[in-house]
Structure formats: C-alpha cells, structure tokens
Design a protein around this ligand. Structure first.
Ligand code: DLL
Length: 434
C-alpha cells in the first residue's frame, strides 16, 4: 500500500468514530458561536451545541444547501475572522451567484494533507513529475492538486488547462509521470497525441488523477489503453474543500473518503432520511476540521453509496462508489429518468464510436425528444453508408432496451463535437431554454 498517512488512513473504526465525535463537537460549537446563520437554523430546531455529543447526533443537525451559500454571499457562512482567511475560491456560478469559500492557513494545511494522501495512493512520490492541467484560478482543481503535489515533494509542472499540443510536448520533454486533469480532457490529450504522431511509449506517464466530472468505468478503460497508464478517480467539491475529499487506491474499487476531516452520509434526496450502508442516494458531507467555512450536512446532489468494509489495500477509510450522476442532472424524458452516464455506458460498450457525445433534449408539441450525437472514427466515417446506418440502429436498439426510451441517433464526423479543457458539457436541454 502506498500510504501518505497510515495512522489516519488505517485506524480502527472505533478510533475513527471517537476522533470524528470529538471534532464534530468542536465544529458545532464553532459554527454556533461564530456564524449567526447557523445559530438561527439551530435555534429554530431548538438545538443547542450541548445536544451534539457524538457522530450519532449528526442526524439531529440541519442540512446545508448550495442556496444557503448563495443567500449569504459572499462571506456570510465564514466562521473565522476575515483577517485569518488566506485564500478564497469560488464556483463558476453559471447558474445564479457563485458560491464563495475561504481557507485559513490551517485549512490549506489540511487540504495539502488530503491531496498528499490522494497523490500517494496514485503511486506518486518525491521522484514524480506531476503535470497539473486542471485550471488554476478560482476553480479549486489546479491549486488544490498543486499544494498536495508539493507536500509529497514531487516536481510540480503547473501548466494549468488548455494549450493541448504544448501540454503533450511538455509531457514528453519534461518526463511527466503523473497527469492531473478532467477525464474528458485526458481523452482529448490522447486524441491530440495521435494527431501529432506521438506514441504513448515515448512518454514516461504512469498514472493520472482524474475527476471534477462524472465518468464511467468504460471511459477509464479507454484512457488507460490510449495513454498506457493507470487512471485513478479523485473526487471533491469546492464547498467541502476542493479535490482531496475522496480518492481511489490501487484497487480501484471505490474512493476512500478522508473521513477524519469530512464525515459522509447517504440520504434519500426526497425525504432526507439517512440510508443504510450500501444503498444509493445523495451524498452529504459534514466538515469537522475546517475553520474558514465549516459546513454541516452539506447536500452535494451527487449520487453514490458507502461501504465500511476494509479495503484490500489495508485502508479502513470508508469508500464511496463512483459518482453515478447528480440528483439535478437527471433528465426526465417522457417520464423516464435518464442519467447521461447511462447513455455513455451503452455507447462505450458498443464500441466503434469515439467517447465523445452530446445529448440534445427538446420538446416537439407535447412530446420530449432525445437526440444523441456520437462521433465515429475516421475509418468508420469513410466507410459505406450502410455500415453507418447499421451502427446507428444498433445504438438506438441498445438505448431502447437498456433505458426504455427511444432516441434519435446521429453519427457525426470525428472531432465535430466541441472539446472541453475543463468539465465537459454533455447535455443541451432545449426545454429549459424555451
Ligand atoms: O470539481 C473539485 C475537483 C477538482 C475534484 C479536481 C476533482 C478534481 P467543483 O467545481 O465545486 O469542485 O465541482 C464539484 O464536481 O459535486 C461532482 O458533481 C463533480 N465531481 C467532482 N469530482 C468528481 C468525480 C471540483 N470524481 C462537483 N466523479 C461535484 C464525478 C465529480 N463527479
């Protein structure tokens, strides 16, 4: 096991509960005394800090929603004096006001620690060259990975996102061993490498840490084959800390949550009730060491499940399953619940198409329509029309039998679907625009 902090990553369940309880108690006191917004919320429920004595009391506490951060924009949920805040990040805010988060010096230390665990689990160390192609800026991806990479003593290549050809040249010339970017960008890198005539054997790449957007196991296989690396899933969100909330180990069987800092729960998104181990639902986090902006039972909207079984790697940290979608990216098409990731799985299983697709949802009259644009390889595109038609039909049939909806499938020329340097855009829902 490559472990950065074996004491924290492999402690017994009892020790973990004890530690979590102590830290939760402190956090609840902190927010009650320092954040009027939380104090009001607790008072409305008739709750005092003394009512929270262990992790078992977590369920008594109110949820926090993204909207709460918006309502208190920009600094209303901060629990430390602004003079102690050393860094500010924010979400892009494409819908509504951005959400703003602040870090004290100690928060940055914790963030570096959890990212050090993440990178160590991905096999990185002092000798590694880590190329960070997540965006630097208000987005947490670039700087979050950066601090963790420096913490483990690796050589950091802080290239940020974009400039794809240059990324590849640098990867080759600088001997990059680890790449950090979104999974969709990793595929774009692989594709551009082919165009440039650079083979994976010419690189020194060993592994990549990919996250910030949902992806599937099939997509993982594509990335691993095309780049000749191990593709590790990393998860996080700016409200909780940024990347570093959870990471896969070499077993690639669920993501270990750094639960000595972030307590997870899975709830039924409709009723708010806590669900038993193994059941799928909405992931909720309570931060228990953050000073700048501690959050209580933060509703992520991400769908996952938890397992407390000890992992083969030796870590005892609870594992979350790969995020299979978001409660709010679920499309309802003619009454059927559809997640883009389900369609992606079908496409990648069939093969023959590139893993680039776009879903266009519309409403004609009273009827919802779904059109799936899928790129095919150069070779296939120049093939007979009949072959293309056969493939379109095959995809349509598969979608119909696995998801129970009819869709129009359109195969498009290679490289016609726009590539993203950060999070990929997979859905255009024209119904929202009307
Ligand atoms: O995306 C933090 C991050 C940066 C994570 C780099 C990993 C790597 P936000 O911009 O606040 O923060 O977006 C958070 O992205 O709630 C999920 O919906 C999604 N997400 C993040 N990681 C994964 C993942 C960063 N591994 C939102 N799989 C989260 C699926 C992910 N979805």
């Amino acid at each position: 096991m490559n472990s950065w902090n074996p004491t924290c990553e492999s402690m017994s369940r009892e020790e973990m509960r004890k530690l979590q309880s102590e830290r939760l108690i402190k956090t609840v006191r902190r927010i009650y005394h320092n954040v009027p917004y939380y104090r009001n919320k607790m008072q409305q429920l008739g709750l005092l800090p003394e009512d929270i004595n262990s992790v078992d009391d977590l369920k008594k506490l109110p949820f926090t929603y993204k909207q709460d951060l918006r309502d208190t924009y920009p600094y209303g949920l901060f629990a430390a004096p602004l003079s102690e805040i050393v860094r500010i990040h924010a979400s892009s805010g494409t819908t509504g006001r951005p959400t703003v988060v602040g870090y004290t010096r100690n928060d940055i230390t914790v963030w570096s620690e959890v990212m050090a665990r993440t990178l160590t689990a991905a096999g990185a160390g002092k000798e590694s060259f880590i190329q960070i192609a997540y965006g630097y800026g208000l987005f947490t991806g670039g700087l979050g990975v950066h601090y963790g990479a420096e913490r483990i003593g690796a050589s950091v290549i802080p290239i940020s996102g974009g400039n794809t050809k240059r990324q590849i040249q640098i990867m080759k010339d600088f001997g990059t061993t680890h790449i950090a970017c979104t999974p969709s960008y990793a595929l774009y890198l692989a594709e551009t490498m082919e165009e440039m005539g650079i083979r994976k054997e010419e690189l020194s790449l060993k592994a990549g840490v990919f996250g910030a957007e949902p992806w599937t196991d099939n997509m993982r296989k594509e990335i691993e084959n095309k780049l000749g690396i191990k593709a590790i899933d990393i998860y996080g969100l700016s409200e909780v800390i940024g990347p570093g909330v959870a990471f896969e180990c070499e077993c690639q069987n669920g993501l270990h949550i750094s639960e000595d800092h972030f307590i997870p729960e899975i709830i039924d998104p409709q009723t708010g009730e806590v669900l038993p181990e193994g059941e799928k639902g909405e992931l909720v986090f309570t931060t228990i060491t953050k000073e700048g902006i501690p959050l209580i039972r933060y509703r992520t909207r991400d769908i996952s499940s938890l397992t407390y079984e000890k992992c083969e790697c030796g870590r005892t940290l609870v594992r979350m399953s790969r995020v299979s979608g978001r409660t709010d990216d679920m499309l309802i098409i003619r009454g059927v619940n559809v997640f883009p990731s389900q369609i992606e799985s079908v496409l990648l299983e069939i093969g023959e198409t590139a893993p680039h697709y776009l879903l266009i949802v519309d409403r004609v009259g009273k009827l919802d329509t779904l059109e799936i644009l899928v790129e095919v390889s150069d070779k296939l595109f120049s093939d007979e029309i009949k072959r293309l038609e056969e493939l379109e039909n095959k995809i349509r049939r598969e979608i119909e039998s696995t998801l129970g909806i009819t869709a129009k499938v359109r195969l498009v020329e290679p490289k016609t679907i726009e590539r993203s340097e950060g999070k990929a855009k997979r859905v255009i829902d024209k119904r929202n625009l009307k």
